[in-house]
Design a protein around this ligand. Structure first.
Ligand SMILES: Cc1cc2nc3c(=O)[nH]c(=O)nc-3n(C[C@H](O)[C@H](O)[C@H](O)COP(=O)(O)O)c2cc1C
Ligand code: SF4
Length: 481
């Protein structure tokens, strides 16, 4: 990799500077290529979504372009809600250069015939919201929009806001409660429908014709890649990375390392190398024992630390690439406390539309917390195993499966630590805070400590009401907290 592709080493503060460095050539090329040519190139590049699932971007664009409404143009939504614990890459990209993302989003809009682009950020991302708003003004002033309306939506802090159907719910003025399953949904315009809840928003697709247009949702980093792909061509994009995971990946390293950081690497770089480069390796006198890729994938043990960072290799290693936000744990870490921390985060953030996700999720968090304090016993382990079997039953979104996969991996990889807590032969462990990153200052991640006061009903009251957020909160009420 000659130079970074999406994460500029120094902030690009004016659109003119971006253009002087070659920015805007993607938009010019998109005009020459036309919508089908752009989609062909993006698909040929092999770019995969950087929001976590790794879905092929060109295929997603083609599906949207083939499923348009006869009466209303589609919308492009930029997922800039970044809430995965351990991840700070989208905010790093937006701070360094928001024009790349905007250029990519406008190319996407031209490819699918969208007449508006919505950038969905959290209201608490003050720096990035201001930066994106300024950049939108500049881009419009330069005529890049070309009839496409660009706007910003400031949403709530809940983890689920980043889940793409929940994101659409927030844009539509409701709570971040996920809708029912892929491949893609009707979007922001609900033509002919008097929709009041996520449950009523229907699936889009050729088998379900409707006057409502589809919506294209892509992550910030995904879109930041697009301008150069269209300008330089798919072969250029494929000149780094692997055949199945081409290009670069922007990684975040936090946890028990000498320092924390964000950086861009060719896909296929071994994880250990990234931990060394960004984190400076383990703390003095310590050795790494495991790494979490956000809270979406099983724990990766030290023996797999040389796994190349590609979707296929990380999956084969039993974990997953996710959004490449890696939380590193060393031999001084209590892994039962880590499991309890992840479990608490996911149990609290569950919206409760699916009863097992909320109820079994809460039971998992409670039992793991007892074990962490060495106040549990064999029975708690039995309950854990039972609830792990049911927590993801009938789940509407992936959060419940995440809960299942992460906790199962700790039980499987560190049975001795789990048993020692169950037998109270291990000392009680401190709480391990697993939550979103608020900022990255002087090579240290600042974690959202307020999450410790958040109740499973999503209030910050002294006690939890016992009600699920989906039962307690009016879905129609937007709630930008
Ligand atoms: C619980 C949950 C939280 C998510 N949070 C984010 C997020 O903060 N940012 C993001 O880009 N994608 C997030 N995703 C993934 C999105 O649902 C979706 O896959 C992504 O926006 C698609 O864009 P891409 O194809 O460009 O990756 C989340 C998914 C789940 C299940
Ligand atoms: S799986 Fe959990 S987080 Fe997802 S919609 Fe159901 S209850 Fe909500």
């Amino acid at each position: 990799m000659d130079q970074p592709r999406v994460l500029d080493p120094e902030p690009v503060v004016r659109l003119a500077d971006h253009v002087a460095a070659g920015g805007g050539r993607g938009l010019d090329a998109a005009k020459r290529l036309g919508p089908i040519g752009v989609i062909d190139d993006v698909q040929a590049s092999g770019l995969r979504g950087r929001g976590g699932a790794g879905f092929t971007t060109g295929l997603k664009w083609r599906t949207v372009a083939e499923s348009l409404s006869a009466s209303v143009p589609p919308t492009v939504v930029v997922n800039a809600a970044e809430g995965e614990p351990g991840t700070f890459k989208d905010r790093a990209i937006l701070r360094a250069n928001p024009y790349r993302m905007l250029e990519g989003a406008l190319i996407a809009a031209s490819a699918v015939g969208a007449d508006r682009v919505v950038v969905a950020l959290k209201a608490t991302f003050r720096t990035e919201v201001a930066r994106v708003r300024e950049a939108i003004e500049e881009v419009q002033g330069r005529g890049w929009g070309d009839g496409v309306e660009l706007s910003v939506v400031e949403g709530p802090s809940h983890y689920l806001y980043g889940e793409e159907t929940a994101l659409l719910e927030v844009i539509a003025g409701r709570q971040p409660f996920p809708r029912i399953a892929p491949p893609f949904r009707h979007g922001v315009d609900e033509v002919g429908a008097d929709t009041v809840s996520a449950a009523q928003v229907t699936m889009a697709g050729p088998a379900n014709p409707s006057p409502a247009p589809p919506t294209l949702v892509n992550n910030v980093e995904t879109l930041a890649n697009v301008g150069a792909i269209v300008a330089e061509g798919p072969d250029w994009f494929r000149s780094v990375g692997t055949p199945e995971s081409p290009g670069t990946i922007v990684c975040t390293i936090t946890g028990r390392t000498r320092r924390h950081g964000v950086g861009e690497f060719p896909m296929g770089t071994p994880l250990r190398q990234v931990i060394e480069a960004l984190g400076g390796g383990p703390r003095p006198g310590r050795r790494i024992v495991a790494v979490l890729s956000g809270v979406a994938n099983p724990l990766l043990p030290e023996s797999r630390l040389d796994t190349p960072l590609t979707y296929e290799a990380m999956e084969a290693a039993g974990a997953g690439l996710g959004s490449a936000g890696f939380i590193v744990y060393d031999d001084a870490t209590d892994l039962v406390a880590v499991a309890a921390g992840v479990s608490r985060f996911l149990a609290v953030e569950s919206c409760g539309q699916c009863t097992p996700c909320k109820q079994d999720g809460r039971a998992l968090a409670e039992r793991l917390d007892l074990l962490r304090q060495s106040a549990g016993d064999e029975h708690d382990l039995d309950v854990l195993r039972d609830k792990l079997e049911t927590v993801a039953d009938s789940a509407r979104c992936y959060l419940a499966t995440q809960h299942q996969r992460v906790v199962e991996s700790v039980l499987a990889l560190f049975p001795d630590q789990v048993r020692a807590h169950a037998e109270a032969s291990a000392p009680p462990a401190d709480v391990e805070l697993v939550t979103a990153i608020v900022d990255l200052e002087r090579e240290r991640a600042v974690l959202d400590e307020t999450h410790l006061g958040k109740q499973p009903d999503w209030s910050f009251d002294d006690t939890d009401s016992g009600q699920a957020p989906a039962d307690r909160i009016d879905q129609r009420r937007p709630d930008p907290v």
